[in-house]
Design a protein around this ligand. Structure first.
Ligand code: OAD
Length: 428
């Protein structure tokens, strides 16, 4: 997938502007810490992935051997990603339901990195955390909801994939645990058949057709081939419309009688899934709205524990201004601007970690927890980070996960009345 975003090439930015990004200091964690301390960096945008939760005991997706996609053999999937693919789920809901039960939030503790995000907030320098994770650990660490964008959704709510009816996610989980696959109990209205075009409309079509036939005769007389071609095409389309109208008129009485004799509504019975964004669905509107808005205001982007393999999330790299420094804390170098192999082509928004013209990108090639500890060390924040970790209490075992699932009652009982010819549900 190509990135549609673009930033100026280094040579198109003045030497002075490029120099000023790090003010002549080395491109390093300690320089960035210095800029945060002296107030030069006030708005930090974070882009996080599965790597930040690995230390909590939740595997990432793509690390060979330990990543989730290397450990789905028992699910008998065509591809590992199928488990998060809408079309596959529609026909085979069981693998996702089993996996969702395993990944269900609760029981995992936030990592040092999650506490660091909360510390950024407490220090007043957190612009927003964009996370791809569905484990809810940012919230558990105390990051405020308004500073969080759960770009790949969460377990906070659930909807039917057919009629979009809302369902209680806690009930969904209970049914999964009991071994059943939850289906939608919404009632869908079966509308009467669409009325055929009335006589007046068909009469107008016939008049248009006879006018075309007359114009064609004139065009023949002057052998205007272009006009003959255009009129010929119009004639074909009009004849098709008239034939369709006649068919609809003929079929309508039987269809209406059938509808009148039959039921007026039906059970939806579609599969329900938590609001985790699947391949084939759009990201939440909050992501689309805030990514450009926050990107434009950021004065540091920190990318944490992600392979940057999934668009549009990975495009956050290109949302920040060309003079905004970018810090990657990840075991590997990812998102490189000269990356030419699939699945991603970052073009010039990619990180220029190995490029001699790099003037703003820093890679801390280490575990996230070590990277944020090192940064906090430079900032003099180590004690505060430790205090947050010490103060954290895991919810008592057996209690509900603290991820704010929506309340049980209202939407369970709410029968959504929709047209029979309902549309497939996609995320906003
Ligand atoms: P990936 O598994 O693709 O990437 C995790 C990255 O974190 C890899 O580069 C690892 O090397 C690195 N890593 C692992 N543990 C680390 C640690 N302790 N410290 C530092 N780095 C570490 O996970 P994501 O990039 O989050 O989407 O995956 C993106 C999306 O792909 C997911 O949200 C999911 C998946 O398909 C959906 O389900 C829609």
């Amino acid at each position: 997938m190509g990135a549609s975003l673009s930033v100026p090439e280094p040579q198109d930015i003045s030497t002075e502007d490029r120099f000023n990004v790090f003010r002549g200091l080395p491109l390093s964690l300690s320089s960035l810490a210095q800029f945060i301390k002296d107030g030069h960096i006030k708005r930090i945008l974070v882009a996080a992935g599965a790597g930040i939760s690995v230390a909590a005991g939740i595997p990432d997706f793509r690390t060979p051997g330990t990543g989730l996609y290397d450990n789905l053999q028992n699910y008998d999937l065509p591809t590992p990603e199928s488990v998060f693919t809408l079309d596959y789920f529609r026909d085979h809901p069981q693998p996702f339901c089993t996996l969702a039960n395993e990944l269900w939030p609760g029981g995992f503790k936030p990592t040092t990195t999650h506490h660091f995000l909360r510390l950024l907030e407490l220090r007043g320098v957190l612009l927003r955390v964009f996370t791809q994770n569905i484990d809810g650990l940012e919230r558990l660490a105390g990051v405020s909801e308004e500073l969080l964008v759960e770009a790949h959704g969460s377990f906070a709510d659930a909807h039917c994939i057919e009629c979009a009816g809302q369902h209680c996610v806690l009930d969904w989980h209970e049914q999964i645990q009991a071994g059943s696959i939850p289906r939608c109990g919404c009632t869908l209205v079966i509308p009467p058949p669409t009325s055929p075009p009335d006589e007046e409309q068909v009469k107008i079509l016939r008049q248009e057709l006879s006018s075309i036939v007359q114009q064609k005769a004139k065009a023949w007389a002057v052998t205007n081939w272009q006009m003959l071609t255009d009129l010929g095409m119009k004639e074909v389309r009009l004849k098709e419309k008239i034939a369709e109208a006649e068919q609809q008129t003929a079929a309508f009485p039987a269809l209406l009688a059938e509808w009148e004799a039959g039921p007026k509504d039906k059970l939806c019975d579609g599969f329900i899934k938590p609001d985790i964004v699947f391949f084939g669905e759009g990201l939440p509107a909050r992501f689309s709205y805030l990514a450009p808005k926050d990107g434009g205001r950021a004065d540091l982007l920190i990318v944490l524990g992600t392979s940057l393999s999934v668009m549009p999330f990975a495009g956050l790299l290109g949302r920040v201004p060309a003079l905004c420094p970018r810090l990657l804390i990840n075991r590997q170098a990812v998102g490189l601007h000269d990356q030419e192999s699939p699945p991603m082509f970052f073009g010039n928004i990619g990180l220029r970690l190995t490029d001699p013209q790099n003037y703003r990108d820093v890679h801390a090639a280490m575990d996230c927890d070590d990277g944020v500890r090192e940064l906090c060390g430079h900032l003099g924040w180590t004690e505060e980070l430790n205090a947050l970790e010490r103060a954290y209490q895991l919810p008592a075992s057996g209690s509900r996960p603290e991820v704010p699932h929506r309340k049980r009652r209202q939407h369970k009982l709410k029968a959504v009345r929709l047209r029979f010819s309902h549309q497939r549900f996609t995320m906003p």
